[in-house]
Design a protein around this ligand. Structure first.
Ligand SMILES: NC(=O)c1ccc[n+]([C@@H]2O[C@H](COP(=O)([O-])OP(=O)(O)OC[C@H]3O[C@@H](n4cnc5c(N)ncnc54)[C@H](OP(=O)(O)O)[C@@H]3O)[C@@H](O)[C@H]2O)c1
Length: 422
């Protein structure tokens, strides 16, 4: 099994989340990648009562981590200037760098990437934009054969949460407070509500897709503080919703770069995203529009992005030429008849007294519960439509019920559709 030696700098939310995810998913990571991720050092100026790093050596000076015998330094201290110094120091010590820090990449990306090139090491930053929701490597690799014309989306979970709640009638200040209590908001919430966080993220995505400098020259950034309850009502009447949108659009030898509130059509995919979810729409020439949505913040989501970078760095993405990834005959396919679903049944039945009682008793005789049942107005020929959703039941039982309905005289038509669980 391949091994990668890791040093983590910072011991806050994201760092402890990474440590816990690497340990909790150790077996899965090994099975998927044949890689053993060894966290050998943690740079923490103080202990974190929420996480015991067990036997891992803790160094009180984060700059000592970069001097150790490790392959990669994972910068998770946040902020800009010390993070820049730490990353440059890691690079000079010939260590690869992984970071979740959008601010340092946005403000010093060009300098850091140049230093990495000169020292023949890599910087990976999947978790810096939308946490674990995959977007960086999607742009860098999966879409590398496409001409991308536009990237747009809601890139800040806090503003998306606030606007979605305001749409339902909440006021700005109390809902911001809830976002802070829930841990969605940045320690300085102005980064969220003034649009700066989203601007950092779109600046980075635009750099990957269109090559603008990092940092980009000033571009238009507006937050959500001017939006009032009435605006949502007006938007609704016109067929729109209000979202905070970050946009990068390719022009001839130029990039349109902006982050501001916008009306978007209430039929668009992005319009339905609520809560802290991030959503991105990418316009490509070869596969049209692509939508990516997912949790844009949080310990676990960010850990997912960081682990993805570690695996990538180690060159351990699943490679089917390797014996270790051959399929296993021990993996059985579950019998379809044993799978449980809820089921929608639609019946057309003779409009006779007692027919509803007959249907419900037939269902009950198969030990199937009914969640909801509805009878509609009469159709032609003395027929009434009845439809219902069952409780969860095995496919086999639902099939038996279907057959019984088909063989019941008063039921003239029957149809069944399975309900997929959330
Ligand atoms: N939280 C998220 O959901 C999320 C999602 C994506 C990306 N990110 C990014 O991930 C990074 C870390 O975020 P976080 O939420 O984990 O922050 P955090 O909980 O505040 O943790 C930061 C850690 O870094 C340490 N630190 C900061 N400056 C230091 C210094 N100069 N020397 C030594 N230690 C230092 C802090 O130590 P003290 O406790 O002693 O101050 C703390 O342990 C940030 O760049 C953030 O933007 C976060």
């Amino acid at each position: 099994m391949k091994e990668i030696k890791v040093g983590i700098c910072g011991w806050g939310n994201v760092a402890t989340g990474l440590y816990q995810a690497v340990n909790a998913n150790k077996k899965i990571i090994e099975r998927n990648t044949n890689l053993d991720i060894k966290i050998n050092f943690i740079g923490a100026r103080r202990d974190n009562p929420k996480c015991d790093p067990q036997g891992v050596e803790v160094l009180r000076d984060i700059f000592d981590v970069v001097k150790q015998d490790i392959d990669v330094v994972i910068e998770l201290i946040g902020g800009v200037e010390t993070a820049r110094e730490l990353i440059l120091s890691a690079i000079k010590n010939k260590k690869h760098v992984i970071t979740a820090n959008k601010a340092v990449i946005f403000n010093h990306g060009d300098e850091l990437f140049k230093a990495a090139r000169e020292n023949n090491v890599k910087i990976l930053f999947e978790a810096a934009v939308c946490a674990g929701t995959p977007i960086i490597k999607v742009l860098q690799e999966e879409l590398a054969g496409n001409n991308i014309s536009k990237i747009s989306g809601m890139l800040n979970g806090t503003t998306n949460f606030i606007l979605a709640e305001m749409e339902k009638g909440a006021d700005f200040e109390p809902i911001l407070k809830i976002a802070q209590e829930k841990g969605y908001a940045e320690p300085d919430p102005s980064f969220d509500i003034d649009g700066i966080d989203a601007a950092h993220k779109i600046g980075i995505l635009s750099h990957i897709a269109f090559g603008n400098p990092l940092p980009p020259k000033d571009f238009y950034i507006e937050g959500i503080t001017e939006i009032a309850g009435d605006d949502f009502q007006h938007a609704k009447e016109l067929g729109y919703v209000i979202k905070h949108l970050a946009v990068a659009k390719q022009e001839i030898n130029a990039v349109e770069l902006r982050a501001h509130p916008a009306f978007i059509k209430n039929t668009s995919i992005l319009s339905s995203l609520e809560g802290v979810r991030n959503g991105i729409e990418i316009d490509t020439d070869l596969i049209g529009k692509i939508h990516i949505t997912g949790s844009g913040a949080g310990q676990e989501s960010t850990a997912s992005g960081l682990i993805s970078d570690i695996i990538h760095l180690a060159g351990c993405n699943k490679d089917y030429s390797e014996e270790v990834f051959k399929s296993s005959n021990e993996i059985k396919i579950v019998e379809f008849t044993e799978i449980s679903f809820q089921h929608y049944f639609y019946l057309e039945v003779d409009d006779n007294p007692g027919v509803m009682a007959l249907i419900t008793s037939l269902v009950a005789s198969h030990n199937i519960g009914i969640e909801t049942i509805i009878q509609k107005d009469e159709l032609a020929d003395n027929q009434v439509p009845v439809f219902f959703i069952t409780d969860l039941c095995e496919e086999l039982k639902a099939k038996e019920l279907l057959n019984e309905f088909k063989n019941t005289d008063v039921i003239k038509k029957v149809k069944r559709i399975r309900v997929e669980a959330d």
